[in-house]
Every structure is written in structure tokens, then in C-alpha cells.
Ligand binder design. Structure first.
Ligand SMILES: Cc1ncc(COP(=O)(O)O)c(C=O)c1O
Length: 333
């Protein structure tokens, strides 16, 4: 049971599979046409089509943003700013394109101090990466805090990573917000709530002039024909998405309750996962794996001593995972 990468543990919508099965030989032979997928995603997000670029997963969107932001070395090594702990790709992509990652530590509750971020901005800061909800804690950041911070860090790009926004329901995507914040770029993925992680599709969303330098970095056909065919169908199947969001919310509550009973520390999560402090993270991960439950050891991350991260997927999986966790912890005691 894969509960380590925050995937949709039920799989994609059955309607998506029907569409994929129906693709003919030319779908593989021809370069993909993005028009239908772009219209679908723009309509879904409530922005004009030219505010959206498709990417090969949000990972590619992060790489494109880092590359576009860190092109200019005339004032020294360009800097990306973020928090610690955070999703690894911000640092990996920044250093891959010749930039330097600067991080500000979150407090023990993984609360963001916007002032600490402001204080860390230098003339070389080209981009600020923040995930909302935060990964690995799942903590939500108030949208008002993000809007104020985006304004204050300009002209640096403010990259709001909304990989888990389907679960929280909070988003900065809105035409008026983009008009007020020309440095804002929002990243979204269809890997999580929509169950398309294996197909690799995400989007970056921003005002057209802001998006232009990022578009130049994304290769012309980086999203393949299967992903492009799946996306409009996945978006149209609202019932499936809603069902999955409810499963994830119930699973999160079940996991939180179980951890409370077991005396384990957790943090309120707005995402489809829960960060849990156990006595021995590597030992717990190994013992759970022996019972067929894969969870993520985050104990090496700053501020995450002895923490594991567990995906809140379908309720059936969660109940099995909780039984395995109870067994492992009781055996350890
Ligand atoms: C915060 C965050 N951003 C981006 C991604 C990348 O998503 P994708 O699968 O679309 O590349 C992930 C995936 O785990 C994530 O946790």
C-alpha cells in the first residue's frame, strides 16, 4: 500500500481509463494538440486560456520557474528563497540552474513567519517558493498572508505551489489577484486529487506577461498525448473528484484520531497526508513496510525529528494502515 507520495490511492477516474483505452494509433503518432485540455483547465480554474501553461507535472513548472528566475547572473549568483523544511524540488531545481537556495526555518508548529521571509530578501532574490498547504506538515497558510508577502517580495517571482489546494479548497488563482500581483505564479498538479501522477500533468498559472519567460523554458510538447486526452475527462468527472476529496478528508480525521489515541504528535493538515512524530521513525517505516504499508520517513528534514508522513487516501486503505501502525507501536512498547 503506497502511502508515501500522497498519490490518489484509488486511481484515476474510470472515465479517464475509458478515454485512454479509446485512443487510436495516431494519438501515439502525432504531436499532441493542447487546445482542448487548455480550454478545460482554464475554464475549471476560472482564468483566460492565456493565463495557463501545461507542464509535465508540477515538477516541470517548478523547474521552469527556477530557470526563468535565475537566468540573470549579472549581480552575482541569483537566489531562490523558501522555508525549511520544504518540498525538495525547490532547492534541486534552483541549484540545477545555477542559483542558490536560501531558506528560513519554520517554527516547531511549521507556522510561517512572513516577516522572516521579508527579512531574508536580498537584491539577488529572484523567486520565492512557498507551498500552500505546506509539505511535509500539511499546514495551511492564510491567503491574506500570502497575498501580502507576494506584494512585498516583488519584483521577485512569488511561486505559490498549490499541489494540495484541491484538498484545502484555498487558492490564489483569480484574475483580480493576478492583476494586483504581477509577480505571482501559481502551480497546480493533477497528480494528487485527480490520480494522474503516472501520466504527469500540471499547470502553471499567471498573468500572460509573467508567464511568458516560463513558457520559453518549457519544451513545446513536454506533456504527452495520453495526459492531454485524460485531463478534460478528469476535470469533467466532478463526482469522482468530490468522492475522493471526501475519502481523503475522512482518512485524515481517522489518522488524526488514531494518532491521538496512540499518544503521537500530529499537526493539523489541510492536505491529503499527515505528519506524525513517532519514537523511532526509521524503525517504524521499516516495520510498516514489512506489513505492506509504505510511508515516508521525513525524520531527516529540519524540524521533523522522528517524523513520518502518511498519505490520507481511501478510507479502506487508511483503516488497514492504522491497524498496522497500532500493531507496530504496541509491539515496540
Ligand atoms: C508540494 C509539491 N509540489 C509539487 C509536487 C509535484 O507534483 P507533480 O507530480 O505534478 O510533479 C509535489 C509532489 O509530491 C509536491 O508535494
Amino acid at each position: 500500500m503506497r502511502l508515501h507520495l500522497n498519490e490518489n490511492t484509488a486511481g484515476c477516474s474510470p472515465a479517464v481509463m475509458d478515454t485512454l483505452r479509446g485512443l487510436g494509433r495516431t494519438a501515439a503518432a502525432f504531436y499532441p494538440d493542447y487546445e482542448t485540455a487548455l480550454q478545460a483547465v482554464a475554464g475549471h480554474l476560472g482564468v483566460p486560456v492565456d493565463y495557463v501553461a501545461l507542464t509535465n507535472g508540477l515538477d516541470e513548472g517548478i523547474l521552469a520557474a527556477a530557470a526563468a528566475a535565475c537566468r540573470d547572473h549579472s549581480n552575482g549568483v541569483p537566489e531562490a528563497l523558501g522555508v525549511s523544511p520544504a518540498f525538495d524540488e525547490y532547492e534541486i531545481c534552483t541549484t540545477a540552474v545555477g542559483g542558490r537556495m536560501v531558506t528560513v526555518a519554520l517554527d516547531d508548529d511549521f507556522d510561517l513567519s512572513a516577516d522572516k521571509i521579508r527579512a531574508a530578501v536580498t537584491p539577488r532574490t529572484r523567486i520565492v517558493f512557498l507551498a500552500n498547504p505546506h509539505n511535509p506538515s500539511g499546514r495551511a497558510i492564510p491567503l491574506a498572508t500570502l497575498r501580502a508577502l507576494a506584494k512585498d517580495v516583488a519584483p521577485a517571482i512569488f511561486f505559490a505551489d498549490e499541489a494540495y489546494a484541491d484538498f484545502s479548497g484555498d487558492t490564489l488563482i483569480d484574475v483580480d489577484t493576478f492583476a494586483a500581483l504581477p509577480n505571482l505564479v501559481v502551480g497546480r498538479t493533477f497528480s494528487k486529487a485527480y490520480g494522474l501522477a503516472g501520466l504527469r500533468i500540471g499547470v502553471i498559472v499567471a498573468a500572460p506577461e509573467t508567464l511568458a519567460p516560463l513558457r520559453r523554458v518549457v519544451p513545446p510538447f513536454s506533456v504527452n498525448a495520453w495526459a492531454v486526452a485524460a485531463l478534460p475527462v478528469a476535470i469533467a468527472d466532478r463526482g469522482y473528484r468530490q468522492w475522493y476529496l471526501e475519502q481523503a478528508a475522512e482518512s485524515r480525521a481517522l489518522l488524526t484520531g488514531a494518532c491521538e489515541r496512540l499518544g503521537l504528535r500530529t499537526w493539523p493538515s489541510a492536505a491529503n497526508f499527515l505528519l506524525v512524530r513517532v519514537a523511532d521513525a526509521p524503525g517504524t517505516v521499516t516495520a510498516l513496510a514489512a506489513r505492506g504499508v509504505i510511508v515516508r520517513d521525513r525524520s531527516g528534514d529540519p524540524g521533523c525529528g522522528q517524523c513520518i508522513r502518511i498519505t490520507a487516501g481511501i478510507v479502506e486503505d487508511t483503516r488497514r494502515a492504522i491497524s498496522a501502525l497500532e500493531e507496530v507501536l504496541c509491539a515496540a512498547r
